[in-house]
Design a protein around this ligand. Structure first.
Ligand SMILES: NC(=O)c1ccc[n+]([C@@H]2O[C@H](COP(=O)([O-])OP(=O)(O)OC[C@H]3O[C@@H](n4cnc5c(N)ncnc54)[C@H](OP(=O)(O)O)[C@@H]3O)[C@@H](O)[C@H]2O)c1
Length: 256
């Protein structure tokens, strides 16, 4: 049913993006994914996906701090693929780019917050606009933004990210409302703490890991694969009346 369709996803090399790429490849979906620093790894991963799953897979460079780059990325995708059915805005910045954004409230700086906003909200908007133009041509599609429960519950140093995730969830609802008439559904998948490089970069990683396992009725932290299933569901006909929604995948941690 999903076979022969095409997914475009940002940040497909590592963590949650990589798990999503593998889950969609298993469904026989062709994949265009982006990378930032890991070009060599991405090219190798694309070749492996083609060999292992018999799909078409290609990797493209993208810096989400320059969202307009999406236009060039989609032009390249147009040359390699004949359709776009699904778009997932997954990539996130870390390291120097989040200085002044990933910190305590009193240390926040406009530049750090703006960088996170650009990478989270502006990148979603430009990527989703380009994707929607292509989806319209094939009669519809599904768009997803990754989000985080850090916009609902307190996570130390996460005010910049949490606020931008709240904003992208609002943008998802606006996009869903206006794109529905084109047969395009738009949703967010919001995760509790998931074991990835981004989380391992948290200054209090061990503490977050232990606390998450303690809070979850399932007694463990999230894995990237836990998020991938929700994305496959939201791109399948099984979710045909789900739009403008945030699907929370948190191992039951947010309620406690
Ligand atoms: N981990 C969590 O606990 C958690 C929880 C809830 C939601 N999320 C969300 O899930 C998404 C993925 O997070 P993750 O933990 O999987 O992240 P990650 O492991 O740090 O992976 C980040 C991905 O984004 C790419 N990337 C990094 N900087 C970029 C830039 N400037 N421009 C374009 N791409 C860039 C990386 O590509 P390269 O390999 O080429 O550098 C990589 O593929 C994010 O939206 C995050 O907020 C994460």
């Amino acid at each position: 049913m999903l076979q022969g369709k095409t997914l475009v996803i940002s940040g497909g090399t590592r963590g949650i993006g990589r798990a999503i790429v593998l889950a969609f490849a298993k469904e026989g979906i062709d994949i265009a994914f982006t990378y930032n620093a890991n070009g060599e790894l991405a090219t190798q991963q694309a070749a492996e996906l083609e060999k292992e799953f018999g799909i078409k897979a290609r990797a493209y460079p993208l810096n989400i701090l320059q969202p307009e780059e999406y236009k060039t990325v989609f032009e390249a995708i147009d040359k390699d693929f004949d359709r776009v059915d699904f778009f997932i805005s997954n990539a996130i910045i870390s390291g120097r780019a989040v200085v002044g954004g990933y910190t305590k409230f009193m240390k926040l700086k406009p530049k750090g917050i703006n960088n996170i906003f650009t990478a989270t909200v502006n990148a979603f908007v430009v990527g989703a606009q380009e994707a929607a133009k292509r989806m319209e041509k094939v009669g519809g599609g599904s768009i997803i933004s990754l989000s985080s429960t850090g916009n609902l519950v307190y996570i130390e140093n996460y005010s910049g990210h949490g606020t931008c995730k709240a904003a992208v969830e609002a943008m998802v609802r606006y996009a869903a409302t206006e794109l529905g008439e084109k047969g395009i559904r738009v949703n967010a998948v919001s995760g509790g703490p998931i074991e990835t490089d981004a989380l391992r970069a948290f200054t209090n990683y061990e503490e977050v890991k232990d606390k998450t396992a303690e809070l979850s009725p399932l007694n463990r932290m999230g894995k990237p694969e836990d998020m991938a299933g929700a994305c496959v569901f939201l791109c399948s006909e099984k979710s045909s009346w789900v739009t403008g929604h945030t699907l929370v995948i948190d191992g039951g941690t947010t309620f406690k």
